[in-house]
Ligand binder design. Sequence first.
Ligand code: ZN
Ligand code: ZN
Length: 285
Amino acid sequence: MTNKQRTRTDYAASILGARGSMSVGGGAYSEYGGATTCVLVRFAGHTALLDAGTGLLNLPAELLTAPSLPLLLTHAHADHLLGLPLCPYVMRRGARLEIYGRTRNGLDAETQARRLLSPPLWPVGPEKLPAEIAFHDLPDEFYLGADSRAASRETGGIHVKTMEGEHPNGVSLLRLERDGRSVVLMTDCTLTERVWGDALEFARGCSLLLCDGQYGDDEWRVCSGFGHNSWKTAARFARECGARNARIIHHDPFHTDAILNEAAHETEEICPGCAFAKEGEVIAL
Ligand SMILES: [Zn+2]
Ligand SMILES: [Zn+2]
């Protein structure tokens, strides 16, 4: 198949979970969804999963038979990890999940995951799951091959760049590029003065920016130390970095559809088109 024959959705980001901090459910959340952070990125035949919140359970059925999948973790706070042990993909023998995450608080990615996925917090560890799960340190910059393992520049694949953000216990900002398209995931990072300039350059001109904007102005006065942003800050950042398309993510568990629809009027004024991400949304790159 040539590039011209490909449909636009061959290059897309699927929002499998857009909620932050804690998953929620019920009719008041039917529009934006209740599952926590997980994004599926596709560059034609190359696929990557970003974060393993409860949205990971929304993995499309056609990927359940993939021989391998790569999962990049921004950090291992529970809202970004809790989907891992129940994801249907890891319930299949013969599947292989390659997980990339950074050492935090002196613990490598595997040890962090095992803190949550071991008795008595969870009945079994990753080694008891039917799928093979391998953990790797997340390099600053690397190529992700079609077999979900790190590849050389010559072999190619998805070009992954990272930047450390501002968040309790740390967070990696992720930029994935291939074939002139790019996705930037900037969740759980407070865009302080210290990181604003570097973050702008990191996200500059991307096809799609996904930026944390958990709070309204009133909440921000109380929650400014929690490692997130106000939605107005996220919209301002989206406008300034020149992203071709942008969504605000990591919605607060108490923000119903009605609250987010109201907030969308405020962000639309700052950055037209910068909407709040909806679970199930597929955004062409
Ligand atoms: Zn979070
Ligand atoms: Zn966090």
